[in-house]
Design a protein around this ligand. Sequence first.
Ligand SMILES: [Zn+2]
Length: 384
Amino acid sequence: MQYSLIPGHEEIKQRLRKSVAEKRIPHAQLFAGPDGCGHLPLAIAYAAHILCDNPSAEDSCGQCRQCKNISKLTYPDFRFSMPLAALKKRKPLSSEFTAEWRQAVLANPYLTLNDWYDFLGFDNKQGFISIDESADIIRAISLKPVEGKYRFVFIWMAEKLRTDAANRLLKSLEEPEGNNIFILLTSQPDALLTTILSRTQLIKIPPFTIHEIESALKNKFTLDDLACTRIALLSDGNLSEAYSLASKEEVKAETENNFLNWMRLCYTLWQPTKTGKDNFSKLTDWVDEFAGAGRENQKSFILSGMEFFRQCMMMNYAGAELVRYSDDIIPSFSKFSRFIHQNNIEEFEKQLNDAFYHIERNANPRILFLNLSLNVNRLLHTPA
Ligand SMILES: [Zn+2]
């Protein structure tokens, strides 16, 4: 992985190059930025620049033995920790998932936590980094690096470190030991323990700009300019999301459209249909199906819904030019947006927040989504 393969982020790359040029490499750093911002490829490109046998001032060479091993993620002094779900009464170690990790990252270095869980088939499980993993890291760093230079310990999605796991690492983060460099990565810096934040040097990575995403898409896909712009707008700076949207044959905002369909179903809940029955049985079918969709999918759906409502409010009160959605991507979006207004937005947000909170805490999804749907029905009929 070289800097040249990562779109944009010039300021960050300059800052990292400077630290290499001045040989001032902090031993514990935190690369923090939103999903799909590229913190992992940046961290790997940074390590490659440090370890390369023939680096230029700008970048690693991409050709030497070190670079080749790094590009395949087989460099012996790279150690990756990532969130995993518990296996039958046992906490798995990241080292048991090296092959899967390589495959997932090489396919998409911008992957998000959801992408990783999907890749592993951890559908309904919440991943975490356990104290056993911390112990394993501590064991690993007590040994000398194989190549004799630096060992890099990457802790990907460090917000998933359990408190005991994080505490176990504090000493190693605080006092440099041998040639070990810790690079923690997070998409949710607010969820990190302050003890971790205070012991790491922060590199804040912004989301990709629309222009950066457009050019990355043009390099990788055969899409017309309009499609690239549309996806860039929809993906909100998340390159992983942009890649996934672009690789679908038809570029449609799937989750947003599903969300809108659910809103319609809730709105028409008690209205008579052609068959003389109401839509309630349709809703219970939807609830049954969605209850089995997995907790991570349910959380994503709720998060998309929050964004959906924000976009509706923008449409109503700030003007269509500021809105990320359009009727080509989400048919009837502008018509629907009128149902979200100052008299119900607060309650809508509260309902979604509560739902998110309860999903995370293992609430029964059937009861939760049925109850939420009934509340949505009531709120959608609130006069503007
Ligand atoms: Zn090299």
